[in-house]
Ligand binder design. Structure first.
Ligand SMILES: *[C@@H]1O[C@H](CO)[C@@H](O)[C@H](O)[C@H]1NC(C)=O
Ligand SMILES: *[C@@H]1O[C@H](CO)[C@@H](O)[C@H](O)[C@H]1NC(C)=O
Ligand SMILES: *[C@@H]1O[C@H](CO)[C@@H](O)[C@H](O)[C@H]1NC(C)=O
Ligand SMILES: *[C@@H]1O[C@H](CO)[C@@H](O)[C@H](O)[C@H]1NC(C)=O
Length: 313
């Protein structure tokens, strides 16, 4: 039997539905394959994932909702002089879906297992209900090159059931296949703090277009935007409470972290969302990008990888 055929039939997909935790875990057992799969050519030709687009005029600002959320003061000031934006914590995430090679942004978050990251759910799970395959993470990818950490296969995906049903909670956890704890190598973003609105934040991502100033917009560099984000209640393109920034971040940056108290090089900060969808276009000067406000109870269930499936591989 030829080798290709054998490896093909070994690809295994186990889906564990947990009705109590509201998270749906998927295991992909094709670690050797995924490393071989991502050749330089496939990476170069991978299409940046488009963030879902909404219409302009249906957003409703809602400061009331912002006040209702339990708040943590964001008094720690952000030092705008720090230039060092190079992080291993953020990286490119390549995957296959609907027969296409695609790319998003992901980052490492603080978890007990040390091998968990976060990205946008719309990267990993399609409207048609298809999961991403051949998922691989390049922490610290920059200047067109992987970092010394290279590529890290992803063996588990954890997508909120609420996202599958109504596209809300557009964030998902990924489990890295890494000997030891990847977060000790890359650093990690904390999570669990809900700031008051507006908040100073930093957004990281690998966009191929969009409006981040001083960004190569070719997906080769980790671009950084710093500014204020405000919390809004939206009814369109979906009913959600989301953080807003006044620019289009761009394709390929989907899933990139939005962090508060990012004060490099000492403090990586706390995750408040990931790049999700944009509304409007630049030509009328009204583009905004949004990140669903995080539900930390939900995140706790997303990162609770079933031990029997994910503890040892
Ligand atoms: C949005 O704008 C369109 C036309 O541009 C209009 O038909 C529609 O009623 C508007 N919707 C709202 C909620 O204002
Ligand atoms: C937000 O950042 C700006 C400069 O980037 C600074 O002037 C301002 O004090 C910061 N606000 C807070 C609440 O930290
Ligand atoms: C743009 O990036 C270059 C190289 O990183 C830097 O030297 C320059 O100061 C940046 N310009 C602005 C406006 O941030
Ligand atoms: C947060 O997530 C939990 C677990 O999925 C859910 O029970 C709860 O209703 C969610 N809270 C909000 C405000 O959506």
């Amino acid at each position: 039997m030829n080798k290709k055929y054998i490896t093909h039939i070994l690809i295994l997909l186990i889906i564990i539905k947990n009705v109590f935790t509201q998270a749906i875990f998927t295991k992909t057992n094709n670690v050797e394959n995924v490393i071989d799969y991502w050749t330089q050519e496939k990476m170069s030709n991978a299409e940046p994932m488009l963030s879902p687009i909404g219409e302009l005029n249906k957003t409703t600002s809602n400061n009331e909702k912002g006040r209702l959320l339990s708040s943590v003061s964001d008094s720690d000031s952000i030092n705008p002089d720090v230039e060092s934006d190079y992080l291993l914590t953020v990286g490119k995430l390549f995957f296959t879906r609907s027969g296409k090679n695609l790319v998003c942004t992901a980052s490492v978050i603080n978890t007990r297992d040390g091998n968990t990251g976060i990205t946008a759910a719309h990267c990993l799970y399609s409207k048609e209900g298809e999961y991403a395959k051949n998922v691989i993470f390049y922490p610290g990818y920059d200047n067109g090159k992987p970092s010394a950490l290279g590529k890290i296969p992803v063996i588990g995906l954890s997508v909120p059931k609420s996202f599958m049903i109504s596209r809300v909670d557009d964030y998902a956890a990924i489990k890295f296949d890494y000997p030891g704890k990847l977060q000790e190598q890359t650093g990690y973003f904390g999570w669990g703090l809900t700031p008051t609105s507006p908040v100073n934040i930093t957004i990281f991502g690998y966009p191929y277009n969009g409006e981040i100033p001083n960004c190569s917009k070719d997906g080769q560099n980790c671009c950084v935007w710093r500014g204020f984000s405000t919390l809004e209640f939206l009814e369109f393109p979906k009913i959600t409470t989301a953080w807003k920034v006044p620019l289009h971040i761009g394709s390929g940056a989907s899933g990139g972290p939005w962090v508060m108290r990012n004060n490099l090089p000492s403090y990586l900060g706390y995750l408040i969302g990931v790049t999700d969808f944009h509304v409007g276009v630049k030509k009328n000067g009204k583009a905004n990008e949004y990140a669903d406000a995080l539900n930390f109870t939900l995140i706790n269930t997303l990162i609770d990888w079933p031990p029997s499936q994910f503890s040892k591989f």
